[in-house]
Structures are given as structure tokens and as C-alpha cells.
Write a protein that binds this ligand. Structure first.
Ligand code: ARG
Length: 458
């Protein structure tokens, strides 16, 4: 069959070229947005007298029928069509005859596809944000339950200072809050309507771009028609936001994998989010967390793919830009799947506070507090640091810990040591005294939890 654009050419292409060129197998996802956009366009054409009000009403009515039929499954996509825009116009013309051929007045697929994509990603990103907020709620609930559960905090993956598990989890909450903020910020620049830019140069018809933009929920219109049809910054910004979000999920995944290892046993993931091995009967593998970590690479790839596609494109629309959709659809679907599995995985994990505490008791994570004790007795920090290091070395050599060294042994290092040392190096004291803003004390963590909850509410 000849294409809708047959005219200059016969509109008959090689089937292999057809397949290569067509995008309906993925842009059919945007059918709702395509039809809503067309309804707004028909309404504007009618209101401005570019077509008759009666034709506009016929078009809107028929478009609504197509939308309903696609929603119900009564109408199926015709994969022989080049793209979703051509498909809708074809069905419309089949249903209402020549009136259907008027819809594309003062419009091009170039502004149409940019419009559809913005609308589609606006709603998908709102879903992503809601899923991040669900994960934030799950993390915050676990943090609240474990605001006093002590474990070693690590730097260089070496035991460093005692912290609470609630404190550790709230670090991830802060990252995810930034992710929400980043996506919301990107939505501001996304929410600019390109419709009415037409092919590239605008139009000779007396259109009302603001009318269409308002009907479709946009804050403003693209101020330059060349930019309107060729801008894909909103895709790049969203992909960057998704990539950073995935990086955060991947870091938490890595910790969950480590914590659920036999060596750590800090958490036990619910059976619902683990798998077994086909050969080793004892295995309980953290596959979901590993997959999230793995899929992060894929979302980074989507970002790189689009940046590379756009680099070097002359103004305005180029067919290369059709490649934007598969990259960003893949990213948005991946991110949504990861978030859907992550929130319940966090909510249902069992936290092994006993093992965390045991780990905290070795590794000299109160050595900083030992040095601080001497500082409070008047020694300069660097000298106190040195003495404490020597005491740690003695403990390591003799298989002891700071808590079990006698006062006499301490006194061989400095006269400043006294009985009041022992409560100072108690892990609970070490945590409680770190009450600086953002610190690990129960009170500080409670403040962090309250902050995140307030952000979630607003
Ligand atoms: N399928 C195309 C895309 O996704 C729609 C725009 C086509 N425009 C054109 N001038 N061929 O980019």
C-alpha cells in the first residue's frame, strides 16, 4: 500500500526498508498522548476557524472513539503503519472520511512526536517519583525501627566508628530525596509545549499555540520553532536523573548483597526477594539486588546512547531522533521495575542487630573516642591520637579490646587515664555523643527521619 506521504514519490518502499524505518512497535506506547494531542489540535483548528467547528467536533468525537477502542482492545495497532501518528490518522480517515484528512493542518509529525514524547515522559516520570517516594517510606520505616541499633560504620570498607543502622539507612534516604528533586526539576523544563512549531519554521495559519498548550497541561510554549522540534534536552535530563537514581539503588544493592553474605549476616532478605541455586542446596541468593546493580549499567548505556545520537545533529528534525524513544523507554521501564522490587525488599528484610552488635565489638571502632578522652583531659589531639594508636597495637598483639584493658595497663601509656575512661569508650556513649547535626546519635537520626517525612508530606 502507498504511504500517507505518497506524492512526490510513489510512496512504495522496500519491505526491508519499511521495517527498518518504522517505529510503531515502540511508539505505540504513546497512543494516548498522540490522540489527546490531536484532540487539542482539532479543538484549536475549530476555535480559530481554520476548519469548521463541525469538522472539529467530528474529529474530536472520532478520536475519542479510537482512544476508547484502543483502551478496550477493540482496535489493534496496524504494524504495517510507519508510526503511531500515521496509524491514528489512517484509522481516523477510515472512520470519518475526508474530514479525517483535515487534522494534520498546521501541524507536522516533527512537532507532534516531540509533543507526544513530552507528555508520555511527564506521566511516566510522575510514576517514577511516586515509586521513589514509596521506597523512601520503606527506608525511613526501617531507619525508625533501627535508630538505636549499633553496627560498625566503615570507610575503605574497614571498621571506622560506631553508627546506628538507622543513620546508615537515612544516608540513602537523602540520596533518594535528591533524586526526587532532580526529576521534579527536569519536569519543569520538560513541560513546555512544542506543538505548533510544525515542521521547523512555524506556520502561515493563524494558530493559537497557547490554547493547545494549556489544554494539554503545559506551562508554556517553545519560543523558537526550530528548537521546539529538535530539542531532546528533556530526554537527556531525565535519563541523567534516572542514571543517578540507579547509581544510588546500585550502591544500596551492593551493601545488601554484602550484608546478606555469610561473612556479614547483618540482614536477611525475605525469601520472596531471593532465589536458590540449581545445584547448591544451601544457597539463598540476593538476585533482585544483583539485578538492580546490573541494570544500572543498562540505564547508563541508554543515557550514553542518546547523548551520542544527538551529538552532531544539524537543526532541525532528523530521523536519527527516532532513536530517542527506545533508549528512554528502556530506561524508564527499567527504573520502574527496579523500584517496584526494591521498596518491598527493604520493607520485608530482617535486620540482624545481634550480628551488627557483635561486629561493632571488635575492630577498635571506639579508638577515636579513646583519643578524644585524652584531648578532653588536656592533651593535644595529635599526641592523643599517637598514644591511642599504640594502645590499639598492644591490644592487637595480645588479642584484647579497649574495653578489657586494665586501668594499670592504660596508665603505662599516660597518667591522664582514670576510671571515667570506661563509660567514655562504651559504644552506646560513642553513638550518643555524636549528636552534632546530621550525626549518628538517636536524636540526630530522629531529626533526619522527621525531615524526610516532612519532605514526603509536602
Ligand atoms: N517516528 C518519527 C520519530 O519517532 C516521527 C517523526 C517523523 N518525522 C518525519 N519527518 N519523518 O521521530
Amino acid at each position: 500500500m502507498a504511504k500517507l506521504w505518497a506524492g512526490r514519490t510513489a510512496g512504495v518502499t522496500d519491505p526491508v526498508a519499511d521495517d527498518f524505518n518504522s517505529s510503531i512497535r515502540f511508539d505505540c506506547k504513546m497512543y494516548r498522548q498522540d490522540i489527546e494531542g490531536s484532540m487539542a489540535h482539532a479543538a484549536m483548528l475549530g476555535a480559530k476557524g481554520i476548519i469548521s467547528q463541525q469538522d472539529a467536533a467530528t474529529l474530536i468525537d472520532a478520536l475519542q472513539g479510537i482512544l476508547d477502542d484502543l483502551n478496550s482492545g477493540a482496535l489493534e495497532f496496524d504494524m504495517a503503519c510507519e508510526d503511531i501518528h500515521m496509524f491514528v490518522e489512517q484509522v481516523l480517515t477510515e472512520r470519518v472520511g475526508d474530514v479525517g484528512k483535515k487534522l494534520h493542518t498546521a501541524r507536522s509529525r516533527n512537532d507532534q512526536v516531540a509533543l507526544d514524547l513530552r507528555m508520555y515522559l511527564r506521566s511516566e516520570t510522575q510514576e517514577v517519583i511516586a515509586l521513589v517516594q514509596e521506597l523512601l517510606a520503606a527506608i525511613t520505616a526501617q531507619a525508625e525501627a533501627h535508630k538505636a541499633s549499633i553496627l560498625p560504620g566503615y570507610t575503605h570498607l574497614q571498621r571506622a566508628q560506631p553508627i546506628t543502622f538507622g543513620h546508615h539507612l537515612m544516608a540513602y534516604a537523602m540520596m533518594l530525596l535528591r533524586d526526587v528533586d532532580r526529576l521534579q526539576d527536569a519536569l519543569k523544563r520538560l513541560n513546555v509545549s512544542p506543538i505548533g512549531c510544525c515542521a521547523l519554521a512555524g506556520t502561515t495559519y493563524d494558530t493559537d499555540r497557547w490554547m493547545e498548550a494549556k489544554q494539554l497541561g503545559f506551562d508554556s510554549v517553545a519560543r523558537n520553532s526550530l528548537d521546539g522540534v529538535s530539542d531532546r534536552d528533556f530526554c537527556v535530563e531525565l535519563l541523567s536523573g534516572y542514571a543517578i537514581l540507579m547509581m544510588h539503588l546500585s550502591r544500596l544493592s551492593e551493601e545488601l548483597i554484602l550484608w546478606s553474605s555469610w561473612e556479614f549476616q547483618f540482614v536477611s532478605l525475605s525469601d520472596a526477594y531471593t532465589t536458590g541455586s540449581s545445584i547448591m542446596p544451601q544457597k539463598k541468593n540476593p538476585d533482585m539486588a544483583e539485578l538492580v546493580r546490573g541494570k544500572t549499567g543498562r540505564v547508563y548505556g541508554d543515557l550514553m546512547a542518546l547523548l551520542t545520537t544527538l551529538k552532531g545533529l544539524p537543526l532541525a528534525y532528523n530521523k536519527d531522533m527516532q532513536e530517542d524513544k527506545e533508549a528512554i523507554f528502556d530506561a524508564v521501564e527499567t527504573v520502574k521495575m527496579c523500584l517496584q522490587v526494591f521498596a518491598p525488599m527493604i520493607a520485608t528484610m530482617t535486620v540482624r542487630t545481634d550480628n551488627m552488635k557483635k561486629a561493632a565489638q571488635t575492630g577498635f571502632i571506639n579508638a577515636t573516642d579513646l583519643a578524644d578522652y585524652l584531648v578532653k583531659k588536656g592533651l593535644p589531639f595529635r599526641s592523643a591520637y599517637k598514644i591511642s594508636g599504640q594502645i590499639v597495637a598492644k591490644c592487637i598483639a595480645e588479642g584484647k579490646v579497649l574495653e578489657t584493658l586494665t586501668l594499670d595497663e592504660y596508665k603505662t601509656f599516660s597518667d591522664l587515664f582514670d576510671e571515667d575512661l570506661y563509660p567514655e569508650i562504651d559504644l552506646n556513649t560513642c553513638v550518643e555523643k555524636r549528636s552534632s547535626e546530621g550525626g549518628t546519635s538517636v536524636q540526630s537520626v530522629e531529626a533526619q527521619i522527621a525531615y524526610v517525612k516532612a519532605c514526603l508530606k509536602s
